[in-house]
Design a protein around this ligand. Structure first.
Ligand SMILES: CC(C)(COP(=O)(O)OP(=O)(O)OC[C@H]1O[C@@H](n2cnc3c(N)ncnc32)[C@H](O)[C@@H]1OP(=O)(O)O)[C@@H](O)C(=O)NCCC(=O)NCCS
Length: 246
């Protein structure tokens, strides 16, 4: 991408960020606060299949949020690729991980997540990226969630923390795991309790979390606001993570 002409009129520093993603090991994580209102522009750029998926939700709020997050994804990708949002074509891997399928755009890895009105889109140059966002307000049965989804080591780390801190601790572990499994493409087909991630407070952790043959991964946690926690996972080390709100 040589020019940022399509980005220059935008209100954020996306104009500078678009070209920089190709220059080094940089990942960009965009947080989008979704609207409770119907935003008709969102539907205009969706594909017929995305419109159909949106309309399959019974809850109008879920319909709106689906349309908005997929429209935001298309719009963001279009800024980096300098194409129109509606021209983008996707395909999915064996477990549902979406990717761009046009040869000229497939260098741009991306991942999408959504929880309770907050969407996150992570983008990276030539890398399988995974992002997950979760909401602390939505955790109702913490003990059960920890029991079902954490390794024995993670369960011990969470149980040893003061009770008020446990929800955030669990969510940090959970987003780290889900981001990694989304980067790999398996999603939750890989049982999350079989994955053990060090429960350190470090913002970025690195390691062969999937065993010695699964390669080295970097996972960075980001608090997008007081209630939402997110993590982004990437293969290898040395990534610079830039987080922005759209
Ligand atoms: C991918 C998965 C981890 C998402 O979990 P979630 O917390 O509900 O949802 P998130 O908002 O974080 O992510 C959803 C997005 O991840 C992406 N995604 C879907 N499958 C993916 C996969 N295997 N790997 C990476 N990303 C995936 C899609 O962009 C999806 O957005 P969409 O549903 O709006 O199209 C989970 O749905 C999963 O494991 N799916 C694969 C297994 C499966 O299909 N199971 C069906 C029931 S057995």
């Amino acid at each position: 991408m040589q020019s940022s002409k399509h980005c220059s009129a935008l209100p954020t520093d996306i104009a500078k960020l678009c070209p920089s993603i190709r220059k080094g090991k940089e990942t960009h994580v965009w947080f989008i606060s979704l609207s409770a209102e119907d935003l008709p522009w969102a539907y205009v750029i969706l594909s017929p299949d995305e419109k159909k998926r949106a309309s399959a939700f019974r809850d109008p709020q879920q319909q709106r949020w689906f349309a908005q997050r997929h429209a935001a994804l298309r719009w963001l990708l279009s800024q980096y690729l300098e194409v129109t949002p509606s021209s983008l074509r996707f395909e999915t891997g064996p477990h549902g991980k979406p990717r761009l399928c046009d040869g000229s755009s497939s260098w741009l890895g991306f991942s999408l997540s959504h929880r309770a009105g907050m969407a996150a889109v992570a983008l990276a140059n030539e890398a399988n990226v995974g992002v997950d966002v979760e909401c602390a307000d939505e955790v109702s049965d913490l003990d059960q969630l920890v029991n079902d989804n954490c390794s024995a080591e993670e369960q011990r780390a969470i149980a040893s923390a003061p009770r008020p801190e446990r929800t955030r601790l669990f969510l940090r572990q959970w987003t780290r795991k889900e981001a990694l499994l989304k980067a790999v493409g398996s999603g939750l087909n890989f049982p999350p309790n079989l994955l053990s991630i060090p429960a350190t407070a470090a913002e970025t952790i690195q390691g062969p979390f999937l065993g010695e043959t699964g390669g080295v991964w970097s996972i960075t946690s980001i608090d997008s606001d007081v209630n939402h926690l997110a993590s982004v996972a990437l293969p290898g080390i040395g990534w610079r993570v830039i987080a922005r709100t759209l």
